[in-house]
Design a binder for this molecule. Structure first.
Ligand SMILES: Nc1ncnc2c1ncn2[C@@H]1O[C@H](COP(=O)(O)OP(=O)(O)OP(=O)(O)O)[C@@H](O)[C@H]1O
Length: 246
């Protein structure tokens, strides 16, 4: 077994992953992410971005390959240890903000902290600070249904950052937003992560995610490629043709 480099907070080698029905999603992907780095994972639909983030974050065990977090092997951990790792060190943002409808904005943002055992008062303070940093402090007492989607996505960013995760996995966090909202949410997310030294693995189909990242890793059909040229043509399936150089 090759040991990962010391300065990589996350390191993976030759990952293979298939969905339950046998659909292959990753075929031998290797990567390293340094502490505080923002890595964009780009590629067309179905290229394996979500599968990669799910494997790296311990949500889905890879069929083959190694994943190391801070020099600790994740690929040999049992389900409970992976669950603890995800709760204590990682955070996740989905394309569609899923908030608890019965809770108000600050309670939603404070929820992961309270689930980790932080007292309500301290959790509220931390959540409120993040809501203010993300310019939605005034919405703290509103319920999710009273917010527009971009505001709800900011709440999910606050919820992800409030527990001070070591690594934030953001799976196409701006996919459902308008262009102006996308840029603003990406800027907010990456600025907040940089100012707190949070490592980010950011999946996105567009070049915009890459523009906010320190480095880009591109996937095509579950493999890393050096460049993918996507013609500006919308095909009926929404899946653009690709030319690549590996
Ligand atoms: N739940 C699932 N069950 C079976 N196959 C799946 C499932 N989700 C995705 N796939 C397939 O696995 C491959 C990789 O999908 P994945 O969602 O990881 O790619 P992606 O780059 O994140 O795509 P998108 O941009 O559409 O989210 C694709 O061929 C996809 O069709």
């Amino acid at each position: 077994m090759v040991a990962p480099p010391d300065n990589d907070v996350l390191w993976a080698r030759a990952l293979h992953f298939s969905y339950r029905d046998g659909s292959p999603a990753l075929s031998g992907v290797s990567l390293g992410v340094q502490q505080g780095e923002i890595l964009a994972v780009t590629g067309p639909r179905g290229s394996g971005k979500t599968a990669l983030l799910r494997c790296l974050s311990g949500q889905a065990p890879a069929r083959q390959g190694e994943i190391w977090f801070n020099s600790v092997p994740v690929h040999t951990m049992g389900a409970q240890a992976r669950e603890r790792l995800r709760r204590d060190r990682f955070a996740w943002i989905d394309p569609t903000p899923s908030l608890v409808p019965e809770l108000n904005v600050w309670e939603n943002a404070a929820l992961p902290l309270m689930l980790r055992g932080t007292g309500r008062r301290r959790a509220k303070t931390a959540a409120t600070e993040w809501l203010e940093r993300l310019d939605i402090g005034a919405l703290a007492r509103k319920r999710p249904h009273q917010l527009v989607r971009a505001e709800r996505q900011r709440v999910s960013i606050a919820r992800a950052l409030a527990p001070a995760p070591t690594v934030l996995f953001a799976d196409e966090p701006t996919a459902p937003l308008h262009r102006a909202d996308r840029t603003q949410v990406l800027r907010t997310l990456t600025n907040a992560a940089r100012s707190h030294g949070v490592t980010v693995v950011l999946a996105g189909q567009d070049a915009e995610s890459a523009a906010f990242a320190d480095r880009t890793l591109t996937l095509l059909d579950g493999r890393r490629v050096n460049t993918v040229h996507l013609p500006p043509v919308t095909e009926p399936e929404g899946r653009a043709a690709c030319s690549l150089s590996v």
